[in-house]
Design a binder for this molecule. Structure first.
Ligand SMILES: Nc1ncnc2c1ncn2[C@@H]1O[C@H](COP(=O)(O)OP(=O)(O)OP(=O)(O)O)[C@@H](O)[C@H]1O
Ligand SMILES: [Mg+2]
Length: 349
């Protein structure tokens, strides 16, 4: 059992408020991704949970015990940093054994635990290797293993794979997910990759300026973003500012029926929910570019005022730059005053 409670935590650095009255409960065995743009306070929050930073205000509790001012080495937390801070003068085995020796475990037990964890991260037999002789991905696995070997109640990961290439990152995050589920370890995972968050998380917390913008299951964050910020941050999204009058939204010649009161509104349409129609030369929008991704294509469309939108189409071959088209949003949401005021049934496709 390991439950993490963060209650009204604030962290001020001189003039910056990095984390602002932030609250979050993480359930036993849950994996929560903190997602947000650079500078939104993700690392600061994680560092406070790990004990590397002291909150200016608020409380952090693990299994009901207040740890707000407990130093890192006395917390039941394990942290993996972005840059693999391995000890380069020690081999892999000693990197992992170090923390166990500090706990005065017997050497046979240390060996057993280290070997088990190396197996777990797919590095069985690598104990004698010098860390400098490992690839970047292997080094990050060692960093993960070094945290896991101490059997933390809470695992904290701060963009652990950011320095790795796309393929390796995808593979390692799947491995982390498997390990996390096998050990049922309560985990906070920082990323600014939305794909990573969607693939990994039981719950995503979208952060902005040190606060929670939305905290929900990945499918909810993706399909029902509560604010234009979340809508624009997760996945690809067309956001279009316009005006609603008599039940019709208008922006630069594009009109969409929208059953809300008159006033300004921001329309949000996913590329996969924006249909383009060949109207035999009479369309008011123009195709600017077609990018063929093989499995699908993305068409960039320019409105008369120069604003660009993206539409996803199954086949690039039907569409060409310069072609006039009409736009038909199949599903969309609308926002006003930073809140959702409308969602069509199949919102965001
Ligand atoms: N030690 C510090 N002293 C002063 N300001 C700091 C310190 N650490 C962080 N900050 C500021 O706090 C804010 C949040 O920083 P933080 O590192 O938590 O962001 P982040 O969300 O992790 O960003 P990134 O995605 O770039 O890693 C930033 O404005 C940053 O400049
Ligand atoms: Mg950070």
């Amino acid at each position: 059992m390991a439950v993490l409670e963060i209650k009204g935590v604030t962290k001020r650095f001189q003039t910056t408020t990095a984390v602002d009255a932030f609250s979050l409960n993480v359930a036993d065995g849950e994996l929560v991704c903190l997602l947000g743009p650079s500078g939104s306070g993700k690392s600061t929050l994680l560092r406070m949970v790990g004990g590397f930073e002291t909150p200016s205000d608020g409380l952090i509790a693990i299994d009901g015990e207040d740890v707000t001012r407990v130093p890192p080495e006395r917390r039941p937390t394990g942290m993996v940093f972005q840059s693999h801070a391995l000890w380069t003068h020690m081999n892999v085995f000693n990197n992992l054994a170090f923390g166990l020796k500090l706990r005065h475990l017997q050497s046979a037990e240390i060996r057993r635990k280290v070997e088990a964890v190396l197996d777990l991260v797919g590095l069985g037999g690598y104990g004698a290797r010098q860390t400098g002789q490992l690839s970047g991905g292997q080094q990050q696995r060692v960093a993960l293993a070094r945290s896991l070997v101490l059997e933390p109640k809470i695992l904290l990961l701060d963009e652990p794979f950011a320095s790795l290439d796309q393929h390796l990152r995808e593979r390692l995050r799947e491995e982390v997910r498997d390990i996390q589920q096998r050990l049922r370890i309560t985990t906070l995972f920082v990323t600014h990759g939305q794909d990573e968050a969607l693939a990994l998380a039981d719950r995503i917390v979208v952060m902005r300026d040190g606060r929670t913008e939305q905290a929900d299951r990945p499918d909810v964050v993706y399909r029902q973003p509560e604010t234009p910020f979340v809508a624009g941050f997760i996945g690809s999204m067309n956001l279009l500012d316009g005006v609603v009058a008599n039940g019709v939204f208008t922006h630069s010649g594009l009109t969409v029926p929208l059953a809300v009161s008159d006033g300004v509104a921001t329309l949000a349409v996913r590329p996969e929910a924006l249909d383009i129609v060949d109207v035999a030369g009479s369309g008011m929008a123009t195709i600017h570019r077609v990018t063929d991704y093989g499995t699908h294509a993305v068409v960039d469309i320019e409105l008369p005022d120069g604003v660009r939108l993206k539409a996803m189409v199954p086949d690039a071959r039907n569409w060409n730059a310069g072609q006039p088209v009409a736009l038909k949003p199949r599903a969309f949401a609308a926002y006003r005053d930073n809140a959702a005021i409308f969602r069509s049934l199949d919102a965001n496709g």
